[in-house]
Design a protein around this ligand. Sequence first.
Ligand code: SAM
Ligand code: SF4
Length: 456
Amino acid sequence: MNTYNIINEEKINDYLEAGKKASKEEVLAIIEKSRDCYGLNLEEAAVLLQIEEESLLESLFDTARFIKNKIYGNRIVIFAPLYTSNECTNNCLYCGFRSANKELHRRTLSKKEIVAEAKAIERTGHKRILLVCGEDPKKTHIDHITDAVAAIYQHVDIRRINVNAAPMSVEDFKKLKKAGIGTFQIFQETYHRETYKKMHPVGLKADYDYRLTAIERAFEAGIDDFGIGALLGLYDYKFDVLGTLMHSKYMDDKYNVGPHTISVPRLRPALGSGLNKTPYPISDIEFKKIISVYRLTVPYTGIILSTREAPALRDELLSLGVSQISAGSKTNPGGYEEDDREATQFETSDERSLDEMLQVVCEQGHLPSFCTACYRANRTGEAFMELAKDAHIHEFCQPNAILTFKENLVQFASPKTKEKGEKMIKKELEKIEDEKVKAETINRLARIEAGEKDLY
Ligand code: SAM
Ligand code: SF4
């Protein structure tokens, strides 16, 4: 298959070369232009990726903070991953689940065990789950995933299940759509074909093009809510960030719907990894630059940050452009019930519990959100993008974030989190301008306090 029209490596390299030649004035003009929140083109993004000078980096970070605040306000959506299986027939060099890792304790959870995990996650206060599994045609086929989704929705008060899994056929994507998933996530890992080949020597994942075209097949099957990303550290981050943006623009141009989210996984040490070091290490400053470039270039795309990153950096990145974080995560199947370190995919850096994380998010002036309303009201794909671009999404998001956070405080939070959370809610209520919406939100807060659930 010719996927040259999706990712054109020569163009990426040309843009990056041209980007090096931009003057300071040109860089500042691009940063200034992005404040309109209409996004940037790939040539402009390439210029920003080449920034090295400290004062320009500061302007870039400031602008990312400005855009984040303008579009998303101070809301941060929170979720937890649920690993259903670590069995995998691929041998991605960087991953602890790779087939050549004979030390790993392999496990595929049964439906009953998956429900038990989801319940353990729910008990900590989560409402959104990301299902994750290895790729093993015999163990983690489509029925394994759709059965898991159905069982969780049936038995647990989890309101949105996103999925991060291997690429599928249109037929299997249709089954996934029917199961009622939220976002389908798939990371290309690296857009650089030659590096991709080295990192994925065998198995189904060795096919770069089949992976690259997965979101189009998902789209064809009716899944208009998808997430992409590159695994940062495998190849030159500038190439991979521009590759991710090129992929995003391709979908936006062709289907009028860009990715709902871009994830920024940075390579972590993994037990039994086939790499003895990170091929292209990324410093924290470069990581901040990556998030900022995404925020300026595709302002309406959510950015997801996982617990791969350390606490202090995570806290800083909340205001820089990130809109979703995972918290209290385990990366091994069964990890929420009993934690087996010999079964993990990679080492997490931020081990704080959801309750602790909620305190930190509030302390930093952000509003935690467990909202799943858009998805359940069918505001996805093009409908979501239109609302987001008109900034009408605020009218739904702010009260819903307040109400879902309140539900968490009433049901799950420690006294300290409750105290900080209630203060935050009070402050956020004052920000609602429409008096009718404010009155209705106050009314619903009282109903939640009295024990009602799921008001949105
Ligand atoms: N097996 C499916 C696949 O590879 O697409 C889906 C799940 S895989 C467990 C999810 C993601 O984890 C991969 O796409 C990869 O980007 C990331 N990952 C794998 N090894 C990692 C590591 N050592 N550090 C950080 N992220 C890693
Ligand atoms: Fe398997 Fe995914 Fe890990 Fe690759 S990244 S070894 S496909 S679980």
